[in-house]
Design a protein around this ligand. Structure first.
Ligand SMILES: [Zn+2]
Length: 280
């Protein structure tokens, strides 16, 4: 066993005709803390040396048809169920932790509860969702961070959640994107009709919610609530403020409608004319 085989276990090296050089790889859960770039570098070296395979696409676990939910969720990797299991386990463990003061436990426990309720809401909605893993190694190698994204596929009328993958599933990142899914269903964000990207109702408060959730899922008891300034001052690798163009005013269907009504501005619907908003 070389140092590398501890890091991953090749589950399957089937190469379907349609997806040449697709390799299904399962990472060892114990090593998730290692830097993703290092894990990826070792992975690539190993595939080449030991198997003579030029890696083109790496996926987590096995793509299992049984993981496709029957209803409105397309989730070939079973991400949502894996995450649900994980949150339930955290909740149970924290509840059983007698040494920790109830007051300290309160916040993460309520976050876990909110997370479970929101996933339930998403699963029971009339909106279709698709959860995708994207291998973006070459991009990640340059910027050193793993990203997730949520957008609206206009043709499929479906919300797409994409997570970049280089190591085990990043549940904190998934929790962040799930907050945006829930925000869409509750009229807090919209997508634009042009390309299904960020819409008019998106604002800094949506990111405060998403980053705070991510923080508690990542850090548990040591998680924290993000402030407005923390979001506004976040920088990318090039030192540019990531959220420099985000609205600092809280925008949702109801707040915008209230604003229009209170200021006697006609045609609130006009404002949202080019937006995709959740309607059933
Ligand atoms: Zn976000």
């Amino acid at each position: 066993m070389n140092q590398y085989s501890k890091i991953l276990e090749i589950k399957d090296i089937k190469l379907p005709a349609s997806v040449e050089n697709t390799i299904l790889v399962k990472y060892n859960a114990d090593l998730t803390k290692d830097h993703p770039q290092r894990i990826m570098e070792r992975l690539l070296r190993n595939l080449k040396q030991d198997y003579g395979i030029e890696e083109k696409e790496v996926k987590y676990g096995e793509t299992n048809k049984n993981n496709f939910d029957k209803g409105n969720i397309i989730d070939p990797h079973g991400l949502l169920n894996l995450f649900l299991k994980d949150v339930k386990k955290r909740k149970k463990n924290l509840n059983n932790e007698n040494e920790i003061n109830a007051l300290v436990k309160n916040k993460p426990l309520s976050v876990y509860e909110d997370t479970l309720n929101e996933i339930d809401y998403i699963k029971n909605s009339y909106q279709d969702f698709e959860f995708k893993l994207v291998n973006a190694f070459s991009i990640i190698a340059k910027r050193n961070t793993i990203l997730g994204g949520t957008y609206y596929d206009i043709d499929k009328k479906r919300i797409i959640v994409e997570l970049e993958t280089v190591k085990n599933i990043d549940f904190a990142l998934l929790s962040h994107e799930l907050v945006h899914c829930y925000q869409f269903l509750t009229g807090k964000i919209s997508f634009n009709k042009k390309d299904g990207g960020v819409g008019k109702l998106y604002d800094v408060y949506d990111e405060i919610e998403a980053y705070s959730r991510e923080s508690y899922i990542k850090e548990g008891l040591f998680g924290h609530d993000y402030s407005k300034n923390e979001i506004l001052n976040m920088k990318d690798n090039f030192g540019n403020k990531i959220y420099r163009n985000i609205s600092k005013r809280e925008l949702s269907i109801s707040s915008v409608k209230k604003y229009y009504t209170n200021n006697l501005i006609p045609n609130f619907e006009d404002y949202l004319k080019n937006e995709i908003i959740y309607t059933i």
